[in-house]
Ligand binder design. Structure first.
Ligand code: ZN
Ligand code: ZN
Length: 262
């Protein structure tokens, strides 16, 4: 196994094809399956062989977690981990970006890609950490809704007009069209039950929704009687990302690659 020792030579960057990778860059790494791995470059070095090595700190995909992918995980979600590895620079596939979730959502909403040297980068978002030693998720995302699960930025949420609490549209039994219906109000059952909504209005809503049934029946009213919902939609605005996949250097280029390290 390759190690960084006192005899190793450290570099601040390396070149692969026509792309320069710097320490601190986030990269895609070839995986065993079709899915690429995501990691930060911590260190670049050479030993007394002809290879360039990178020490990486991995991001975990939800699929790599003990519990696997959950309902609340976004398609482009990754978790920052404390798992490090040293690999040959030849397995590096290309640059990518991992943004904190608020910035990711803002860019998604505006259709703004992350660019590097004129190329749009594959972009992921991060909100939680994963500790590989304890196998625990730290910084778990905030929970919402009657299901007490986190928010998935790819899916619709509806907001109560009384308490401003957010609920998953799906948990409220709403489809996209219902959740995005503009103009009217929507109140959660909690607000209706606790009298936060004015009595007359609450009675009307309760009548419409059969007061004693589960909250999900709120949306089970017929069309036209439907209370309106404020909603936000991220998924629709999603821009197709441009994939950039530089070829790994051929064997003959290995020596040059070492010389390229600066
Ligand atoms: Zn829910
Ligand atoms: Zn409410």
């Amino acid at each position: 196994m390759t190690e960084f020792t006192e005899n190793s030579r450290e570099y601040s960057s390396f070149n692969l094809g026509n792309v320069t990778f710097n320490c601190g860059d986030t990269i895609l790494v070839k995986g065993a399956s079709s899915m690429e791995y995501v990691a930060d470059i911590v260190r670049v070095f050479t030993n007394n062989d002809r290879d360039v090595y990178v020490e990486l700190k991995w991001f975990y995909r939800p699929e790599d977690l003990p519990g696997g992918r959950q309902e609340h995980h976004g398609a482009e979600e990754v978790l920052r981990s404390n798992h490090r590895d040293i690999v040959s620079a030849r397995v590096v596939e290309g640059l990518c970006a991992v943004l904190p979730m608020p910035e990711y959502e803002e860019r998604q909403a505006k259709g703004q890609a992350v660019f590097r040297d004129g190329q749009a980068l594959p972009t992921f978002f991060w909100r939680s950490n994963y500790n590989v030693k304890t196998r625990k998720i730290t910084r778990p995302p905030k929970k919402f809704c009657v299901c007490r699960r986190p928010y998935n930025p790819d899916k619709l949420m509806v907001c109560c007009d009384s308490c401003d609490s957010w609920y998953h549209a799906k948990c409220m039994g709403m489809n996209e069209e219902e959740a995005l219906e503009p103009g009217k109000e929507w109140h959660c059952l909690k607000c209706i039950e606790t009298g936060k909504v004015p009595r007359a209005k609450a009675e009307k809503l309760l009548q419409e929704t059969e007061a004693n049934t589960a909250v999900r029946t709120l949306a089970g009213t017929k069309k036209g009687e439907q209370p309106a919902k404020r909603a936000k939609l991220q998924a629709k605005k999603k821009k197709k990302k441009q994939q950039q996949q530089p070829q790994p250097p051929k064997t003959a280029r290995r020596h040059k690659q070492k010389g390229d390290a600066s």
